[in-house]
Ligand binder design. Structure first.
Ligand SMILES: Cc1cc2nc3c(=O)[nH]c(=O)nc-3n(C[C@H](O)[C@H](O)[C@H](O)COP(=O)(O)OP(=O)(O)OC[C@H]3O[C@@H](n4cnc5c(N)ncnc54)[C@H](O)[C@@H]3O)c2cc1C
Length: 465
């Protein structure tokens, strides 16, 4: 029996497991989280004993059915709270998967190694945030973190909250905040109405298959209207201010390239601001597996195969296109990883292609304008972990000896802190490109997730649990 190992139990990974089981494989499904669902179907912790399904989520019933089908299947081994920290390359075969089981900050995590015949990587994305003056103040949250706290813990990040950034994701974030009784003062979409409209409506006929997603967004928008939450386009929070925490934000009007229109800054009193400027794929494991990249995503063929033998990729790591598309790419990856006949999944293949087209449309409608770099001041922190400010980065980029991507990192330490460049990496790359310097590419990190030295020293591994 083919053993398919799937890393990530979000919409993509769970669909991959479902399809691989249907194709007759044995499946090991791992996720760092306590429960399956990923970012989209974030579940309340079991300790909440919630009786009602989460009303914040669309497609919840289908997800619940799939979850039960997969977790109850006799050929499925479900490994929750299991973080993959390393992949060990093998010639001509998918890599060995080294993981730690147990709560991330617990002292007694067990080491496990999985030996796959085929490996599906479905590690998703995290939200991207551009730096701006004051973004390191307490009270500034990523939109995703605010939503995770609302969905996963029923916590509001503040009483009077502003949501700012770009993309349709801002609407569900605002909805989640309203549902935990935060007062959302406004949602600011940085792109101009014509950029958004042109991006979404080009070849409008192609949008028909996505009417469900459009309906979902319309539902969020209607909810915000009912709550009288203003939705303003061509505007963004460009500064947060306060004594020790956010007390007010400066909202400015932007040109199409996101440069500030002078004299348009207005202050707004708020105790929290949630910012989201798109998503960044979690590429540590695909890069560790030696998979080729296409831009900011893993390069895959029509069957979700990566450039490495036996390694498949699905979901947001292959392109940001939303949860339904992640499900379809997961179905294709899981089915083919298990050796299923492609002729039997033509529907999923077709939907996956439509999902990819939706992703391209999303990127066109909500681009990041290069003018954001003009929001920065010399003392604006770019790398939070190592407190590297804009002036320091600029000095390194301007000096001929340190202008190379690696030298910039070593000279400034930007990207060398605990988050290992996950947050500042894209901003440093754009600032480097704007300065005409070399841009760092995601590189191989032998250790993809934090592991204690004691754990490393005492690895006694259980194989294929
Ligand atoms: C913060 C955030 C909030 C979002 N909210 C919405 C929303 O409200 N509405 C909407 O339409 N879309 C939302 N999206 C987009 C949507 O979640 C995605 O389209 C969808 O979840 C992608 O599915 P996926 O399976 O590719 O990845 P994910 O859902 O991100 O799942 C990836 C899984 O991989 C696991 N993982 C990652 N690395 C490892 C590792 N090394 N070891 C073990 N497990 C690992 C993670 O724990 C996670 O469960 C959100 C995205 C993000 C990042």
């Amino acid at each position: 029996m083919t053993r398919v190992v799937i890393v990530g139990a979000g919409p993509a990974g769970l669909a991959a497991a479902d399809a691989a089981l249907r194709a007759g494989a044995g499946v090991s499904l791992l996720d760092a989280a306590e429960q399956p669902g990923g970012q989209y179907h974030r579940m309340l912790p079991a300790a909440f004993r919630a009786e009602l399904p989460d009303k914040i989520q669309h497609g919840r019933r289908a997800f619940d059915r799939r979850r039960r089908r997969v977790l109850d299947h006799p050929r499925c081994t479900w490994l929750p709270e299991t973080s993959v920290w390393s992949l060990e390359l093998r010639d001509g075969e998918p890599p060995l998967v080294h993981a730690l089981r147990g709560v991330a900050d617990g002292a007694d995590r067990e080491s496990v190694t999985l030996v796959p015949d085929a490996l599906v990587l479905a590690t998703g994305a995290h939200d991207r945030v551009l730096p701006f003056p004051g973004w390191t103040l307490p009270g500034v949250f990523t939109a995703g973190a605010a939503q995770a706290l609302a969905k996963g813990e029923r916590l509001a990040v503040g009483e009077n909250v502003v949501v700012s950034g770009t993309g349709p994701f801002l609407l569900p974030v605002a909805a989640s905040l309203s549902q935990v009784d935060a007062r959302v003062l406004a949602v600011f979409e940085a792109n101009q109405p014509r950029t958004v409209l042109r991006g979404w409506t080009r070849d409008a006929g192609e949008l028909v298959p996505h009417l469900k997603k459009a309906g979902e967004l319309a539902g969020y928008a209607a909810g915000q209207l009912r709550q009288r939450v203003p939705y303003r386009m061509g505007r963004a929070v460009v500064e947060a201010r306060g004594d020790g925490r956010v007390e007010e934000v400066v909202v400015a009007r932007l040109r199409a390239d996101w440069s500030i229109i002078p004299g348009t800054g207005r202050t707004l009193a708020a105790d929290a601001v949630c910012v989201g400027h798109g998503f960044t794929a979690q590429l540590e494991l695909p890069v560790a597996a030696g998979c080729d990249l296409a831009g900011d995503a893993v390069l895959v063929d029509a069957g979700q195969r990566t450039s490495r033998p036996g390694v498949f990729a699905a979901g947001e790591i292959t392109g940001i296109a939303g949860a339904p598309s992640a499900v379809d790419s997961g179905t294709v990856a899981g089915w083919l990883a298990a050796g299923g006949d492609p002729a039997r999944i033509t529907g999923a293949l077709r939907r996956r292609d439509r999902g990819r087209a939706f992703g391209r449309r999303l990127a066109r409608a909500h681009p990041i304008g290069g003018g954001w770099t003009g929001w920065l001041r010399p003392d604006t922190v770019i790398c939070r972990c190592e407190a590297v400010d804009h002036a320091c980065l600029n000095r390194a980029l301007a000096a001929p000896v340190t202008a190379g991507a690696r030298s910039v990192k070593l000279a400034t330490r930007a990207g060398l802190g605990p988050c290992q460049g996950r947050i500042c990496g894209p901003a440093v790359a754009e600032l480097s490109a704007a300065a005409g310097a070399e841009v760092a590419r995601p590189h191989h990190r032998p250790i993809a997730q934090p592991i204690r030295l004691g754990e490393l020293a005492n690895l006694r591994t259980e194989e294929n649990p």
